[in-house]
Design a protein around this ligand. Structure first.
Ligand SMILES: Nc1nc2c(ncn2[C@@H]2O[C@H](COP(=O)(O)OP(=O)(O)OP(=O)(O)O)[C@@H](O)[C@H]2O)c(=O)[nH]1
Length: 368
């Protein structure tokens, strides 16, 4: 039996099995197997693509990357056209190579690359089409922009979420709070910081590890709400990506005000109409907010800061991170920094590499 048939067989068995307390353990084991086969499928594809020229390739550039995901005709191209300086029509697909020229969103002096993933993500987890290469690009994203048609049912969102879920992309989720370490000897040791309130039990953990042929390991579940699915993600850690997602509902001009209001209240959601030019500023602002970036203006001695050309770093970065973003070896030459702005106790404050900078700080770097 090939992997695809094995996956189908497990999916069928899961569909047949009623969900209740008695079957939870068995379903958990099936899920664990499914996760393993799905990874094999993706690994096989990566191996057979031969590296180099084939596949879906987008060079990562700019300060951050967001990917657009959505069904055909929801308005992805329209959105890209409105907020970026490159049109997605330039995307070019040939027989062996699928190249997407991303658009660049310039905002607050930062350059955010926005890649329009071709609408071929569907069925990716079943090994169909080029979906898996598209998924590989989605994994490298700092933010997923899921574009949805406000006039359509919730099915579009659920099916895209399921598709991403099946290939190991977790949206707006933190890594489960479970310590897991494989060992060479000593058997499997499982402990819980407090009694589990969900379906993840000592015996399920042990059975899953047996199925993965892991015979020596230490497991500490630090969150009582952790589920079997969470533990399977932790075992398969290197294949799982936790990515933020912004849900963008387009075409709100075509639905009732009540519906717009309802959608706009959902978490991590913005609503817009490309056609009526409504809400586009909110979309851009929300992208910026979700990416969690800070602008830092550098200043040379005796000269005004370069306000039109900030350095862009993640929120919570230090002066050391800033040096690193300028050049790999810059830290070696670093002597001290002068910092003006909300992170400074007095202006300017003389700081070392560990000083945490805030958005819109001005920094002068002095070298040895
Ligand atoms: N009513 C309404 N229609 C819109 C809006 N935005 C886009 N459309 C229409 O939706 C259709 C699809 O728009 P596109 O931007 O091509 O959608 P897409 O998601 O890029 O589609 P694919 O290229 O097929 O993936 C076009 O006919 C647009 O005119 C909107 O805000 N309101």
């Amino acid at each position: 039996m090939g992997i695809i048939e094995k996956i189908q067989a497990i999916e069928e068995e899961m569909a047949r099995t009623q969900k209740n307390k008695a079957t939870e353990h068995h379903l958990g084991l099936l899920k664990g197997k499914l996760a393993r086969y799905r990874q094999q499928l993706i690994a096989d594809e990566a191996g057979s693509s031969g590296g180099g020229g084939t596949g879906f390739e987008v060079a990562k550039s700019g300060d951050a990357r967001a990917v657009l995901i959505g069904y055909p005709s929801v308005g992805k191209s329209s959105l890209l056209g409105k907020i970026t300086s490159t049109k997605s029509e330039i995307a070019h697909y040939s027989f062996t190579t699928l190249t997407s020229v991303p658009g660049v969103l310039k905002y607050q002096g930062a350059e955010i690359q926005i890649v329009d993933l071709p609408g071929i993500i569907y069925g990716a987890s079943q090994g169909k089409g080029r979906g898996r290469q598209v998924v590989a690009t989605a994994r490298t994203a700092d933010l997923v922009l899921m574009v949805l048609d406000a006039t359509k049912s919730t099915h579009q969102r659920e099916s895209l979420e399921r598709e991403l879920e099946n290939v190991g992309i977790r949206l707006n989720k933190e890594r489960p709070n479970i310590y897991f370490k494989k060992k060479d000897t000593g058997g499997v040791k499982v402990s819980f910081t407090s009694p589990p309130k969900n379906n993840l039990t000592d015996s399920t953990i042990k059975a899953l590890l047996r199925d993965y042929r892991i015979h020596n390991a230490e497991v500490l579940v630090r969150d009582e709400q952790c589920s079997i699915d969470d533990f399977i993600d932790v075992i398969n850690e290197q294949h799982i990506n936790y990515v933020k997602c912004l849900y963008i509902y387009n075409k709100i001009d075509a639905v009732s005000l009540e519906e717009v209001d309802r959608l706009a209240r959902e978490p991590n959601t913005v609503v817009m109409s490309c056609e009526m030019d409504l809400g586009l500023d909110d979309v851009v602002e929300e992208i910026w907010y979700q990416l969690n970036l800070s602008r830092v203006y550098t200043k040379k001695r005796g000269v005004k800061p370069a306000f039109d050309d900030p350095l862009v770093v993640r929120n919570g970065s230090t002066v050391g991170d800033l040096c690193h973003s300028i050049h790999r070896d810059f830290q070696d030459k670093f002597k001290y920094a002068l910092v003006w702005g909300s992170s400074a106790k007095h202006s300017p404050q003389k700081c070392g590499l560990n000083h945490k900078i805030h958005d819109q700080d001005v920094v002068s770097l002095f070298t040895k």
